[in-house]
Design a protein around this ligand. Structure first.
Ligand code: ANZ
Ligand code: ZN
Length: 821
């Protein structure tokens, strides 16, 4: 048996595919809408480390699926590109002085070579690189559309700031108070920012999740991040002042239990209502709160702090005066930046009331009032759960839900508030004080204010700089290039300065899936007919780490484009699949420091790309986390060797080997197994259950391997089925069968349902409901025949001895149930 020479076969077919543009996607109107598929991988950031084994996992899955779909008669779009702006290239430039464009280009070349060595069926003519001028021209163009729609605004406010990356960050980029990129503790800094109004889309971003075929946990993460809550805004009078205090609460039913109020330290009323005697204490407190992050302020475990303003509000339900405090556990950025505190039923308020000895009144009882419970005294603990209203005047006895509705209605009648909805989602801090990103195409004119760079002047090119290092002053390195910064106003021609902030890493990836549809268009980001031909993405595969960053941002941009009539679907990605993480052999996350990193290049070199691909699919279900096992890889590569040796029994006796054309009768069982295999592999590939499809092909090939000579009709369909999985081997075997066209252009084999059913059925025999015997019979045996056999079985005879059979119930191919008395 000759060894399977993957070293020569794999490059041969990779060259063939490239030369023939085998996988070029064309907008052929001959394919009906439901025969077109857009299958997308999350494009990689071209890091200096090159590909890791997690990349080919998702890429192989989509590749198998695409190759399968093409053989099933679909027109398939399957592109690849590079998310090329970002911090690592810039940090490298700071260290070495090498321009990020140079490093990025080198990394992309390396990635492309690695990806091509795995034999993926991408249409490489559609490759995109987000850092190229002809790409970011359109990123800037879309930004200007947002700007025109009033969805981009400038503001100076305290934002998350990474002291190490020296740039502002979006909320989504802060994980547990640390910078998502470098792990440094995020601080707060007041800087001028460009902000995108993603909150204007909160409701739609939430609502449209329902129609998506996405993993539930990802939908849930987005729902929680958007964080919709329903309640009421209530206006309280302030004793002795004309001003009123508006609060947001999700528990209007607890209004009778509000024993004090809290303003966030940044609340505008703080300066107005603080009494003379409290001025110093309040000022000191406000200053100290400004230094803390939101996370520190809202941490439940931290002791609550605050200071009394000296002023009182009036509770509208009973006209009682209640003190107004200032405390940093209330955030200015949520609701109205002020709350009514109900210590009996809110943990934070409870903790605070205990520290400052404020009154606590129970207004919700877990049991229906009227029972023996005494609710007149201060409760022993805080209860947040729903129950029944108590100490609440005419609302007493109502279950929480009803009380919420009734109190809200009462508030509205009194004209002191109304139903309100709030979202946790904050607007997207969009500007970065860094170099390697898209320049924001705006100028600041002394007369006209902020003016957009005209479309004809796009792209606004990223200028050369001598120093890439972030200035840390709140300005990007672009601010130092005065002949770039100083410009003239596009509107009035007067003196103006360019915006020097750049866009965040996420900008380019917000819309790349649209650029693939028409990557060389210089008149539009993509022609409308091409968008209509392919969009939306039918299947999107990538890591779960993008659940609330990229996937939320691109949904937002897509909806804006939808509102502008530039795309025809509300959502960009109809179906999402997250591939599971591949761990090291030691079941630990792969990392350099653990020394357990598997390099895909080494595997391809030693075992071939087909083995690598098949192994990653055979490790387990696509979505689960699983460890790398070299033994498993060896097993899969043996399977490919076995296929090679089966081929020798069929046709590989080159050059003039005999091909056995027809099965003979002795292959009836194998023919059945073949049809069952075609059915199962087809179903499993269609549902992305690649591991079980591979198992089935292994079962079938084991049987084939037992034959001395393998007929073509039993072999060719297996070659076709293996082709999406091990495409190089598939092409080679196909060619050796005497075919001239690429196997990817052939039709997926068809099975005969009749041959897929079991030929024999096991019939269970019951006597008075208990199983007493079993037998086998050909599938489809008549009921009368089954009864006759069943009644004669030893088990039946034994258990009906001395009884009379009164009834026999028979289910064909399954069961004979005998009732005897
Ligand atoms: C009274 C009350 C009584 C509350 C009770 C809760 C329980 P969601 O929207 O679910 O997060 N709150 C409102 N604005 C706030 C702010 N800016 N900073 C900190 N806390 C704020 O919860 C909204 C609840 O969080 C509101 O309902 C308010 O406390 C508090 F038994 O009002 B509640
Ligand atoms: Zn001007």
């Amino acid at each position: 048996m000759a060894k399977y020479p993957f070293e020569t076969i794999e490059p041969k077919w990779q060259k063939f595919w490239a030369d023939h543009k085998t996988f070029k996607a064309v907008e052929d109107p001959g394919f009906a809408q439901d025969k077109r598929r857009y299958v997308l991988d999350m494009f990689p950031y071209p890091s200096a480390q090159g590909l890791h084994v997690g990349h080919p996992e998702g890429y192989t899955a989509t590749d198998i699926y695409c190759r399968f779909l093409r053989m099933k008669g679909f027109n398939v779009l399957h592109p690849m590109g590079f998310d090329a702006f970002g911090l690592p290239a810039e940090n490298y430039a700071i260290k070495t002085g090498t321009h990020p464009a140079i490093t990025t280009a080198a990394n992309i070349n390396h990635f492309r070579t690695q990806i091509k060595s795995l034999g993926f069926s991408y249409d490489w003519d559609r490759e995109v690189d987000t850092s190229q001028e002809d790409y970011y021209k359109w990123t800037q163009w879309i930004f200007l559309k947002l700007f025109e729609k009033g969805l981009a605004y400038e503001a100076e406010s305290p934002i998350n700031f990474c002291p190490s990356c020296k740039t502002g960050l979006a909320n989504e980029e802060v994980k547990d108070g640390l910078c998502e990129r470098c792990g440094t503790k995020v601080t707060r800094k007041r800087i001028r920012q460009w902000i995108l109004k993603i909150t204007a889309y909160a409701e739609r971003l939430l609502e449209d999740l329902d129609g998506l075929d996405w993993p539930e946990p990802v939908k849930l993460m987005q729902r929680n991040w958007i964080g919709r809550s329903e309640g009421a805004n209530v206006i309280f009078k302030i004793d002795g002042y004309p001003d009123t205090l508006e609060i947001y609460t999700t528990r209007p039913d607890t209004l009778f239990g509000a024993t004090y109020m809290v303003l966030s330290p940044e609340h505008p009323l703080v300066g107005k209502i603080t009494t003379a005697g409290q001025q110093d204490a309040v000022k000191a407190y406000v200053d100290s709160a400004a230094k803390k992050s939101d996370l520190e302020r809202t941490d439940l475990a931290k002791e609550k702090t605050g200071v009394f303003s000296g002023a009182y509000a009036v509770n509208p339900v009973n006209n009682k005066k209640i003190p107004i405090w200032i405390a940093d556990y209330v955030l200015i950025s949520y609701g109205t930046g002020a709350i009514m505190a109900v210590p009996a039923h809110d943990e934070r308020d409870w903790d605070f009331a205990k520290v400052y000895k404020l009154p606590i009144i129970q207004v919700v009882s877990p049991t229906k009032p009227g029972s023996s419970e005494d609710v007149s005294r201060e409760p022993a603990e805080c209860t947040v759960a729903d129950g029944f209203s108590v100490n609440s005047g005419s609302f007493d006895g109502l279950p929480t839900d009803e009380a919420k509705a009734k109190v809200t209605a009462w508030i509205e009648e009194q004209g002191i508030g109304k139903k309100a909805i709030n979202y946790k989602l904050r607007d997207w801090i969009f500007s970065r004080q860094r170099y390697w990103g898209e320049p924001i195409p705006l100028v600041h004119c002394e007369k006209c204010g902020i003016v957009a760079v005209p479309e004809k002047d796009l792209p606004l090119k990223l200028p050369e700089v001598t120093s890439y290092a972030p200035t840390g002053t709140g300005e990007s390195p672009l601010a130092l290039i005065s002949d770039w910064v100083n410009t003239s106003c596009p509107k009035c021609g007067g003196k103006a300065k360019r915006e020097t902030n750049t866009m965040p890493q996420w900008a380019g990836s917000c819309w790349y899936y649209l650029r693939y549809l028409d990557p060389h268009n210089d008149k539009a980001f993509a022609a409308k007919d091409k968008v209509e031909y392919w969009a939306p993405v039918d299947l999107y595969v990538g890591g779960v780490e993008h659940a609330v960053l990229h996937l939320l941002y691109s949904r937002f941009w897509h909806k804006v484009l939808y509102d502008l009539g530039l795309v025809n679907t509300k959502e960009p990605f109809q179906r999402l699949v997250n591939q599971g993480m591949i761990l090291g052999e030691d079941n630990q996350k792969m990392s350099k420091s653990r020394g357990n990193v598997i390099n895909p290049d080494d595997i391809v070199k030693e075992f071939g790309a087909d083995s690598m691909r098949m192994y990653e699919m055979f490790m387990g279900p696509l979505e689960v986390t699983k460890p790398w096992l070299t033994a498993g890889l060896v097993g899969v590569s043996r399977f490919l060797e076995r296929l090679w040796s089966i081929a020798e029994k069929c046709h590989l006796a080159e050059p003039n080997g005999t091909v056995i054309e027809a099965p003979d009768a002795s292959h009836a069982d194998l023919t059945r197994l073949l049809h069952k295999t075609i059915k199962k592999v087809g179903q499993d590939t269609d549902t992305l259950n690649f591991n079980t499809a591979i198992s089935q092909m292994m079962i079938y090939s084991n049987e084939l391997a037992k034959l001395a000579e393998v007929p073509r009709s039993l072999w060719e369909p297996l070659v076709q089925m293996i082709a999406p999985y091990a495409p190089h081997l598939g092409e080679e075997l196909w060619e050796r069968l005497g075919h001239k066209e690429s196997i990817s252009k052939t039709q997926w084999p068809v099975y005969d349902e009749k041959l897929c059913v079991e030929s024999e059925a096991t019939i269970v025999v019951q006597v008075n409901g208990k199983i007493r015997d079993k037998f086998t019979a050909p599938v489809g045996t008549a009921k009368a025949e089954l009864e006759k056999t069943a009644l004669a079985l030893p088990g039946t005879v034994k258990w009906t001895d001395g009884l009379t059979v009164v009834k026999v119930i028979t289910v064909q191919d399954k069961l004979v149930n005998i009732v005897a008395k």
